[in-house]
Design a protein around this ligand. Structure first.
Ligand SMILES: *Cc1c(COP(=O)(O)O)cnc(C)c1O
Ligand SMILES: [Zn+2]
Length: 572
């Protein structure tokens, strides 16, 4: 069992950690941090050695966040309440990375937690701490996901939970909370008001109040994200499968960027504490830059950051459909993040709901990830920082894929997401003297009525897959592919497509030669061509293509909308 101290952020006073404290007994400030013997700065000389000894202890431990238990605020393993949280996959963003021209973008897939968001970490630690302290009834306020996660874990722990949410939290989320047996109180007001009322309720009934970011458990929980990312990036870098756990066999790594959509700011505060502890232990060299994002309808941190304020100006009436992110009064969390940004670099930016919903579609269609709108804000933020040149192509980016989508959010795909198919009517079949199979074939043909034919000529198979995927996801096209100039030209001659998407740099017959051959053939001359190239063209090369093609796109710098616009313009 490791020795844990509570440290007050305001006065620096230290106390033994026995049970959660409501405030500093010395100065009454509410923001408290945990410090461990293992990472204690006073014992500096031996820290790196301790760090490496600790790594060796991790070997053979299971794939949950409890593998880091020496740095977690639980004294006795008996009190651990677990649903298998943590050790979510770190996925490479394949198609998105190609699309953006950034190969090192990783997605920490927190959707795969027990209740579908990264709040499962927080719930696991917070409820275990409550159990250890003998707490039987507790009060929590939430913008949605904390309510679900805490409800599941408190059910397991035998703790009665009072959950205060705003009435704007989607009904399906609230039903799940009720299903776990929590008391759900809907407050007709903002989240900040719900939070205040929860505190008053707890005080009046003398119940334990979960203090979120100000308490110990929540930050300690989120720092496990940093531990996992450092361990997983290390194993990926060493050429290992990142799901294989052998922590001591390769150096751990910090990404250049950590990206997350923020509401109260707990995630990044905890993650940065995690990287700071690893650095103190000599296990990583640096802390990441942070890319933090808020919705423009509730962006107190982003606005204050861009005004250069070290204390946040609150938003009194959040206006956003993304309720998960509706904290208008971030308080001390902003001050902590402001300091961390000054020390390590990064930014807090605002993203519109529309940008987020567009990103939500793109991520689902390009990389197969269905995320909740709050998470889509992070993806939109990634696109923004890349567009602005703040994130550089070689940099390693880890994006917190913080939550899964909910079926309740129907407005996201609209009404016309499926097509109806009528099965052939038996009376009709016998009248027309056709078999059931014939009738079915006709119906199926009508279902697939693709008329526009597009040929992709591209020797890089990743790039060809990316272009194909963009076309598949957005339009009803018949797509043919060739992987060199000769095969491409033959395919074009045989199928006479409505459009050709052509790479320039290919061995033997290159894109220039394909263009010239098409223009010399009267049957192919009028087929529009969109050229996609990886290199800057010389003046001479540009001249060769001048007047011959419809559009020229730079690889890695096009988003699907550019390509689709060009296709729409080019198609007859
Ligand atoms: C809570 C939450 C956020 C915001 O996290 P904080 O670090 O507390 O600001 C973002 N996305 C999802 C899905 C969340 O549940
Ligand atoms: Zn104090």
């Amino acid at each position: 069992m490791s020795n844990i101290k509570i440290v007050c952020r305001a006065c620096g006073a230290q106390f033994e950690f026995e049970r959660p404290l409501p405030a500093c007994p010395n100065c009454n400030n509410h923001w408290l941090d945990a410090e461990y013997e293992l990472t204690h700065p006073q014992q500096n000389g031996h820290l790196a050695q301790k760090g490496h000894d600790w790594l060796r202890q991790l070997d053979g431990r299971g794939a949950t966040l409890w593998r880091y238990r020496e740095l977690l605020p639980i004294h006795d393993d008996e009190n651990i309440i677990t649903l298998g949280e943590g050790w979510t996959p770190l996925l490479r963003a394949h198609n998105l990375g190609l699309m953006l021209g950034h190969p090192n973008i990783y997605i920490k897939d927190e959707r795969q937690g027990p209740t579908g968001s990264f709040k499962d970490r927080q719930a696991a630690i917070a409820i275990s701490v409550m159990k250890e302290a003998g707490i039987k009834e507790a009060v929590v306020s939430s913008t949605g996901n904390v309510a679900i996660a805490y409800s599941a874990y408190s059910a397991r722990a035998g703790i009665k939970l009072w959950v205060f949410v705003t009435s704007s939290v989607p009904a399906d989320k609230m039903r799940e909370v009720a299903l776990y047996g929590s008391e759900v109180i809907k407050v007709a007001g903002t989240y900040d008001e719900a939070k205040r009322i929860a505190a008053e309720f707890a005080a009046s009934k003398n119940l334990f109040l979960d203090r979120g970011i100000k308490g110990i458990a929540a930050k300690e929980a989120m720092k496990t994200l940093a531990f996992e990312v450092a361990e997983q990036l290390g194993s990926i870098h060493a050429g290992q499968n990142s799901t294989i756990l052998n922590g001591s066999h390769y150096p751990w790594r910090t990404p250049d960027w950590y990206l997350q959509a923020v509401s109260g700011g707990l995630g990044p505060v905890g993650v940065m504490k995690g990287f700071a502890e690893l650095k103190r232990l000599g296990l990583v060299e640096k802390l990441p830059k942070m890319g933090l994002f808020q919705t423009s309808g509730c962006a107190p941190m982003a606005t204050s950051f861009h005004k250069g304020l070290s204390v946040a100006e609150n938003v009194k009436e959040p206006r956003t459909d993304i309720t998960t992110l509706a904290t208008g009064a971030p308080g001390e969390a902003y001050e902590v993040l402001y300091e961390l940004l000054a020390q390590n670099g990064g930014t807090i930016d605002a993203i519109t709901d529309v940008e987020a919903f567009n990103a939500l579609h793109l991520v689902a269609k390009m990389d197969g990830l269905s995320v909740e709108p709050a998470t889509a804000v992070t993806f939109a933020g990634l696109f923004k920082l890349i567009r602005e040149g703040k994130i550089l192509p070689h940099e390693t980016v880890v994006l917190n894929c913080s939550g899964h989508t909910f079926p309740v959010e129907k407005h996201i795909i609209g009404e016309h997401y499926s097509r109806d198919m009528a099965l052939p009517d038996t009376a009709e079949l016998s009248r027309s003297n056709r078999s059931r199979e014939e009738g079915l074939l006709t119906a199926l043909e009508e279902l697939d009525s693709r008329v526009q034919r597009i040929t992709i000529v591209e020797d890089n198979l990743d790039a060809a897959r990316l272009i194909r995927r963009i076309l598949q996801a957005q339009g009803d096209f018949l797509i043919d592919e060739a992987h060199d100039g000769h095969a491409g030209l033959r395919l074009i001659q045989n199928t006479r497509p409505n459009l050709v998407i052509l790479d320039l740099m290919m061995p033997e017959l290159d894109g220039f030669a394909v263009v010239e051959a098409m223009k010399a053939d009267p049957r192919l001359r009028d087929i529009p061509i969109i050229v996609i190239t990886a290199k800057e063209l010389t003046g001479d090369e540009k001249e060769r293509l001048d007047g011959q093609i419809k559009a020229l796109l730079q690889k890695g710098s096009f988003m699907d909308s550019d390509l689709l616009n060009d296709i729409q313009q080019a198609l007859p």
